[in-house]
Design a binder for this molecule. Sequence first.
Ligand SMILES: [Zn+2]
Length: 317
Amino acid sequence: MASLLRPCPQSSCEFRFYEELGDFLAPERRKRSFTHAFDGTPSVKDRIESLGVPHTEVDLILVDDEPVPFTHRLTGGERVAVYPMFERFELGEGNRLRPRPLREPRFVLDVHLGRLASYLRLLGFDTLYRNDYDDDELLMISCTQHRILLSRDTGLLKRSALTHGAFLHATDPRRQLREVCDRFQLDARIDPFTRCARCNGEVERLGVAPDEHDPDRPSPRQRDPDSGERERRDPGNAPQRRDPGRAPPERDPETPPEVRNPTPPGPDKRGRAIPPLRMPGELAGSLSRCRACGQIYWPGSHLSRLRQRLAEVGVAI
Ligand SMILES: [Zn+2]
C-alpha cells in the first residue's frame, strides 16, 4: 500500500519539432532539441499539445526513429521528432497521422477570416463563414459537414473532436490564401468565379434575354437599367474577358463584400426573379448571377486589379 502512495518519479524525453511547428513553441525551443519532463506515462499527443502545438498541425511523429500514433505512451528516455504537414520527404502511407484528405476540400472559417473566405470563394472553393459562429458551432460544422476548419486559434484546433483543421501562420489574407493553397494543394482545383464571394452560393452564367440586342451589333446607347455604379465600368476592358468578375466595382477589391455592400439585388417587388440585365450583347454573354443571393457578377477593371493582387502571392485566376 505504501508503494502506491509514493509520488511517481518524473520522467523526461528529448523533443524536436521541425519546420513551422516551431512557431508554436517558446523561442528557446525552436530549431533544436530540448528536454521535456512529465509525470506518469502520458500519450505523445498530450505532451505535444501541452508544448503548444495543435494536433491538426502534426503529420508524423517518430519515437526513437519509429513512427507512432498519437496514442503512443511515453515512459521516459525516448527521442521524439515531430513533423508538420508536407515535410519534404516521402512518408509511407501508413505512417501519416492525418486522416485521409477530404476528396473535395471544403472549408469552414473562424470568425476573423472574412477576407480569406471571400478569396477562397472567388477561387471556387465551398467556404462557410459567418462572423458570429462560436467555437462549438465551428467544431460541429467541421465534423458533421466534413469541412476543414481554418483558424488562428490554437485552443480551438486542440479540441480532440476535430479531425480536419489547419492553423494559419500568416495574418495577411492574401498570404493566408497562399498558405491554404499550399497545404491543401489547391492550385490545380481553382475554378474562379463559380461561387459567390458574398454568400458562397453557386454562380450561374446569365444568357442573353430574348429581347436582347443582337450580339453582333451592340448598341452604345443600351444601358444597364440599374443605375450608376455599373455605368462607371470600364467598357474597354469588359467585353474581352470571358470570366465574370465581381460587380459592382469596389474601390478595394480585397474588402469582403459582406462588410461593404449589405443589400444584394433580390427578386423584384412582386417576387419575380430578376431578369437578365440589358447590356451590350457581348457583355451580356459574360454576366453571371449568384443563384442564392442574386448578386450580379461581370468583368471589369476591378477584375484585372484582383488578378494582379492575387498574382503577387502566386495565385493565378
Ligand atoms: Zn450570393
